[in-house]
Ligand binder design. Structure first.
Ligand code: RIB
Ligand code: CA
Length: 326
């Protein structure tokens, strides 16, 4: 049975790869995409996801615009990482409005209306502002989320916006804190796919070259939107390649054995020097029941096998992957 999912995202280069992957997976049905201000301002993110949907020939997927700023904090985008257009400076043609149906509902309104149907999950790939708005305005709908997977936070891996904070939770710490608190109150667990596991998922030049050999059409699109990201990673993380965080969250949602970790109580810091930090009570100091599944281990080779076979629609195993992934 296909798993119905809503993808909340801030496209964003890796968000775009994640949506491409989700749309290529038979086991998933993307019920809708919601946009939140994060990597890119909300309107830019909306424009970008339409470009991706056009490339995938999936402009039938409804897209809804959500929050254009964090709940309280000043909005700080990540265009320094994702390029001036939020898609690696690819400046793909804007999708004409005649090609799609412009949705009038907000992200929270859409999610609140489809969730009560039951069996619908949410994969959050950006700051959690839309989810916080949903939890506050439509608490019963929020509680009916089947599975909530969040790309965000970090347990032991250094932050990417401060020594301890990951961007999605740093950009809107109040929203993240509220969502984790509301999950706790609902007695549910959020699956935290944080930097501990996503930093292991590096799209290298060799892997990109292999993608282009196996599927010139899709591989060259991926190349077009990731070159800027490669340069950023060389400059700031001194690695050859780029960390593609968000696709791991999608792959994990569909195939849970891709990551492993532990249940824990997690709180998000909303002020001070460690603002945005996900404080994971791994030693159970607070004796508080878990509100999260904290993912700490993953298998990059298994991820790239899924990523290649689904995204590139391969009929056989990509045999060079073993050599190209460590
Ligand atoms: O910290 C990485 C996360 O922040 C990813 O989701 C990336 O797209 C940005 O949103
Ligand atoms: Ca993202």
């Amino acid at each position: 049975m296909r798993k119905k999912v809503i993808i909340d995202c801030d496209p964003g280069i890796d968000d775009s790869l994640a949506v491409m992957l989700a749309l290529s997976m038979e086991e998933l049905e993307v019920a809708g995409i919601t946009i939140v201000a994060g990597n890119s301002p909300a309107e830019m993110g909306y424009e970008n996801i339409l470009k991706v949907l056009k490339f995938m020939d999936r402009l039938d997927v409804p897209v809804f615009i959500g929050a254009d700023r964090p709940l309280k904090r000043e909005y700080i985008n990540a265009l320094d990482t994702h390029g001036p257009d939020g898609l690696g400076g690819s400046f793909l043609p804007v999708v004409p409005s005649s090609s799609y149906i412009k949705q009038q509902k907000t992200a929270a309104e859409f999610i609140s209306e489809v969730l009560p149907g039951g069996g619908i999950s949410v994969i959050a790939l950006g700051p959690m502002t839309n989810l916080a708005v949903l939890a506050e305005a439509y608490p019963e709908a929020f509680k009916s989320i089947d599975t909530l997977v969040s790309m965000g936070g970090s347990f032991k891996s250094p932050g990417n916006c401060s020594p301890v904070a990951e961007y999605n939770y740093w950009c809107d710490p109040d929203a993240a804190a509220y969502v984790y608190r509301e999950m706790d109150r609902a007695g549910k667990k959020i699956h935290m796919v944080g930097l501990d596991v996503t930093r292991r998922i590096v799209l290298t030049p060799d892997l990109l070259a292999y993608m282009k050999r196996l599927s010139p059409h899709i591989g060259s699109f991926v190349e077009k939107i990731t070159q800027f990201y490669f340069d950023f990673h060389w400059e700031w993380e001194h690695i050859i390649g780029c960390v593609i965080n968000d696709p791991l969250a999608v792959a994990y949602f569909a195939q849970r054995d891709l990551c492993s970790g532990f249940d824990s109580y997690v709180q998000i810091e909303t002020q001070g020097i460690s603002i945005g930090q996900s404080v994971v009570d791994a030693m159970d100091f607070y004796r508080h029941s878990p509100n999260a599944v904290v993912l700490t281990e993953t298998d990059p080779q298994a991820f790239f096998r899924l990523f290649f076979t689904r995204l590139l629609r391969l009929d056989s195993e990509p045999d060079l992957l073993e050599k190209l992934t460590k």
